[in-house]
Design a protein around this ligand. Sequence first.
Ligand code: SF4
Ligand code: SF4
Length: 226
Amino acid sequence: MVKVAHVQLSSCCGCLISLTDTYEKLLEILNSIELVYCQTLIDVREIKECDVALVEGSVCLEDHHALEVAKEVREKAKIVVALGACAAFGGLTRYCKGNQLPKPVNSSFSPLTEVIKVDYSIPGCPPSPEAIYSFIKALLNNDEAYLKPYKLLAEMPEVCGCDLLYKVVNKELCMGCGTCSASCPTRAITMVDGRPVVDPVLCIKCGLCSFQCPRILYPSLLEEIE
Ligand code: SF4
Ligand code: SF4
């Protein structure tokens, strides 16, 4: 039985809700794992030793408890997964400036990937139920080929809709498929003359558009073939 912990840092709990939105597939997952820690679902007060920790939320740098939890997760979990945009890239918390009661001092938030070593990042705000289910199945089956893009994402603490411009459009790789626009949860991407145009005001830095773009990994795939 694979021991799994769910840890929530500065997040809205939407990633866990997305996981439970898998309905009957969740029961299938629960048959293959032992949930050893999840403050929302089970009454266990301390993070346990586990095989996989699914961590959602970014880390508030002024909150010593949050920093300790992040460190503890790394010590107790063999595999740490940043679940969702906030843990993986900062997401909406990139825009936090503090000055709000009851803790006006809490103003700086970093993605988990900037605070501890993370093994895999799952993009999305939230990641879709299907994406979370497929990721966990791949993890349970040790499917390295499927997991590779998630591993690459874990090494990228910053994402933005602008990545499409820098890494795809400016490199003559865009084929105008519109997948990026369809995947954006805030409709920040409009296709103009067959190319994506990103509204930076609407972008919440969730990483989905880059993850879904079929051409963004093209240069590194070519390098592998060569
Ligand atoms: S443009 Fe949309 S999909 Fe891309 S990172 Fe921003 S919010 Fe996410
Ligand atoms: S998903 Fe990639 S290839 Fe398709 S339109 Fe967007 S940037 Fe271009």
